[in-house]
Ligand binder design. Structure first.
Ligand code: SAH
Ligand code: SF4
Length: 341
């Protein structure tokens, strides 16, 4: 396992690794405790390990460096984390009552190119490795001195383009970090076959599908990468996901004034999601420098909400937390680094 990060390994794997280096099997548990409970950044910090081994074992735990930390008046913590190769990703910790929700990234940048998204405008570098996804949760736990109870993959990147590592992270969060998978949400714009591939993993996670438009024509304008995936097929795959997992699908809809917030859009959206036991989250657009869209007035958001409610669609408006710190996920990074190298 040399060259591989220890973060993401199960206790059995850590035990096998320790034994292969001539250590007794119980070192596996000590490593596991150190990595996931104490959240150490290097083996040297696990004081129960023999000093000589701690110093000579060539092992990298796989933790990032916090390069920027901002705290909004509402308690939202935003971080820019530097990976070993210098790549920067954004992570957010959102406290509310007894919860701590992490908004995690899955890629450095994103290749989907959504026209209203800061991450999409910045280009794409690479997928995040398993340890780089898990590190975000441990970093927020350490910094905010609170266990993370909820996780949403709504940071930078398209989770279904990095499905293997995202699935491995979800399994490790349950097995090693002790999180409930029911408190984990995977947000996606959708990719052919990938929703069913996630369903086949039989994980009890919530799927959030970013719709943003109630018809294919407008959708491909806003999400150019959605062209090969007809909306009818996407909705069919969502139905299949519900059937196979017994979990709900929720829908995200970023409201862009004059573009997708007209009465006919509300009507079409209600028709599209009819029959789903699902929830629609309306997200008023957060203006980004690279796009010309307009954030709708609060009144227009309420009118859209009411138009959905009138048709029996359960919907709510997502408050953007931490706007004072720096708007939504993916936007903070842009202040530091405009384009992915
Ligand atoms: N790639 C995934 C997950 C990350 S984006 C996805 O698109 O679902 C998470 C959410 O942030 C998406 O619903 C996206 O539409 C929303 N978002 C991105 N840019 C935004 C902006 N400028 N204003 C409001 N919401 C935005
Ligand atoms: Fe990628 Fe999601 Fe941004 Fe679209 S909204 S570019 S899929 S991160």
């Amino acid at each position: 396992m040399s060259g591989t990060a220890l973060l993401g390994q199960s206790q059995a794997e850590l035990t096998a690794w320790a034994v292969a280096q001539g250590q007794p099997a119980y070192r596996g548990q000590q490593l596991h405790q150190g990595i996931y409970r104490q959240r150490v950044r290097s083996l040297g910090e696990i004081s129960v390990l023999p000093k000589t081994w701690r110093e000579t074992a060539a092992a990298d735990i796989g933790r990032s460096q916090v390069t920027l930390r901002q705290v909004a008046p509402d308690g939202t913590h935003k971080y820019l984390l530097a990976m070993a190769d210098g790549a920067i990703v954004e992570t957010v910790g959102i406290p509310s009552r007894d919860r701590l929700t992490v908004c995690a990234s899955t890629q450095v940048g994103c290749p989907m190119g959504c026209t209203f998204c800061a991450t999409g405008k910045g280009g794409f570098a690479r997928n995040l490795a398993l340890h780089e996804i898990l590190d975000q949760v441990l970093t927020v736990e350490s910094d905010m001195a609170q266990r993370v109870s909820h996780l949403v993959f709504m940071g930078m990147g398209e989770p279904l383009l990095n499905l293997d590592n995202v699935v491995a992270a979800i399994r490790s969060l349950h097995r090693d970090v002790g999180m409930s998978q029911r408190n984990i949400t995977v947000s996606t714009v959708g990719l052919p076959h990938k929703i069913l591939a996630l369903a086949a993993e039989k994980l009890p996670v919530t799927l959030a599908v970013s719709l943003h438009a109630p018809n294919q024509e407008l959708r491909t304008e806003l999400i150019p990468a959605a062209k090969p995936y007809p909306l009818s097929q996407l909705m069919q795959d969502c139905r299949e996901y519900v059937q196979q997992t017994g979990r709900r699908v929720s829908f995200e809809y970023t409201l862009l004034a004059g573009t997708n917030d007209r009465p006919e859009h509300a009507r079409q959206l209600a028709e599209l999601v009819a029959g789903f036991q699902s929830h629609v989250n309306l997200i008023p657009y957060n203006p980004i420098a690279e796009a010309e869209f307009v954030r709708p007035e609060d009144r227009a958001v309420q009118v859209f909400l009411q138009a959905l409610a009138k048709r029996g669609v359960a919907a709510s408006v997502r408050r953007t937390r931490g706007l004072a710190a720096n708007a939504a996920c993916g936007q903070l990074r842009g202040t530091l680094q405009k384009k992915v190298p």
